[in-house]
Design a protein around this ligand. Structure first.
Ligand code: KG4
Ligand code: ZN
Length: 335
């Protein structure tokens, strides 16, 4: 039997400190995730300085935890991978420096990974990727449609022109008085209401795969103000359902059209919003009716975690894509 490739991966691009040990890019031996949500909640969003400080406090603990859970030592590890970007620069730097120190001290190759590639490859942790494929990325910072013809071959065919979908969820949630991060709360409320408020569906130009969510967000905020001025009380469940119906209709409509036009074998979904129950249900219905194979990671692999970084790193390792000790974090980074 050939020896498995063991990668230790580090993710600190936003508010999760995560370290994972992963075998052959899909077998998770450990995936330790420490969320800072409780700490950022009182500010209504992630405070970059606070995030960096928590990453520093927790990094060595998470490395120890991941190695211990996987029952391996650094001697067993073949390479160290880390999220290079995009993300909060101070947060990224903590992960990059920890990974560099580990790689240097134990004489292991260092692999830089793109965060969005990580979200896409979270699918590899449960399903084999079949090319060509279309990836719908829906997170707090990104909304993109990405065509992949092979491993590590990314072509962005559509992206948001303003707010990311997760950002729109969080802002709408705040407007209806829900805590941060609002996405999961809106999702829960949406399951209890009806689509009564008639919010716009923003399709942009007929052939465009780009997205825009700021108009929808403003429509929700304006509606709530108007109702208040008239002395009427909005029904939060119906606001959530109406908002989510608009988001889901546009996301699913564009994703399905992209699958048909590019004639792909598989639609894969990635990012925090991929755990949205309304979106998952509609994607299942639409792909089934069109005969398209759908892959969505389980919810805990949709949000930021290091296992997804290790899944990409496995292919970079095979191709010999390594960084030297000059590696730096990048807040903006193209796929
Ligand atoms: O991918 P992610 O963990 O972090 C980024 O890289 O951005 O995504 C976080 C985003 C947040 O905006 C959060 O509100 C949203 O994903 N989210 C959801 C749900 N779960 C998380 N949005 C809608 N429905 C959900 N169930
Ligand atoms: Zn993310």
């Amino acid at each position: 039997m050939t020896k498995q490739t063991l990668i230790l991966a580090v993710e600190t691009s936003c508010d999760e400190t995560s370290v994972s040990v992963i075998a052959d890019g899909h077998n998770i031996l450990s995936n330790s995730v420490l969320s800072q949500i409780e700490s950022h909640k009182r500010f209504g969003g992630v405070v970059p300085e606070v995030a960096s400080r928590h990453h520093v406090e927790n990094m060595t603990l998470m490395i120890e935890d991941a190695l211990q859970t996987a029952q391996v030592t650094m001697d067993d590890i073949d390479a160290v991978a880390v999220t290079q970007g995009p993300g909060l620069i101070g947060a990224l730097l903590v992960g990059v420096n920890a990974a560099k120190a580990l790689a240097f001290a134990h004489n292991k190759p260092l692999i830089p990974v793109h965060h969005i590639a990580g979200h896409i490859y979270a699918n590899q942790l449960t399903n084999e990727l079949k090319f060509p494929l279309m990836a719908l990325i829906v997170s707090g910072g990104h909304t993109e449609l990405v065509l992949m013809r092979d491993h590590l071959d990314f072509e962005v065919i559509g992206e948001t022109r303003d707010d990311a979908v997760g950002e729109a969820y969080d802002k709408v949630a705040r407007t209806i008085g829900l805590p941060y991060p609002g996405g999961p709360h809106v999702d829960k409320l949406a399951a209890q209401g009806s689509d009564t408020y008639d919010f716009p569906r923003v399709w942009l130009e007929p052939d465009s795969f780009d997205f825009s969510f700021s108009g929808l967000k403003s429509a929700v905020i304006n509606k709530l103000h108007n109702l208040k001025q008239k002395g009427e009380t909005p029904i939060p469940e119906n606001v959530a359902t109406s908002f989510q119906s608009s988001v889901v209709e546009v996301l699913v409509g564009k994703a399905i059209r992209a699958c048909e036009i590019y004639n792909v074998k598989q639609l894969i979904v990635a990012g925090g919003v991929a755990s949205n129950r309304g979106l998952r249900a509609e994607l299942e219905r639409a792909t089934q009716s069109k005969g398209i194979t759908l892959s969505i990671p389980e919810p805990k692999l949709c949000t930021d975690n290091a296992a997804m970084i290790g899944a990409v790193a496995y292919h970079l390792y095979q191709q010999g894509v390594f960084a030297d000790m000059s590696l730096n974090g990048k807040s903006n980074m193209f796929l």
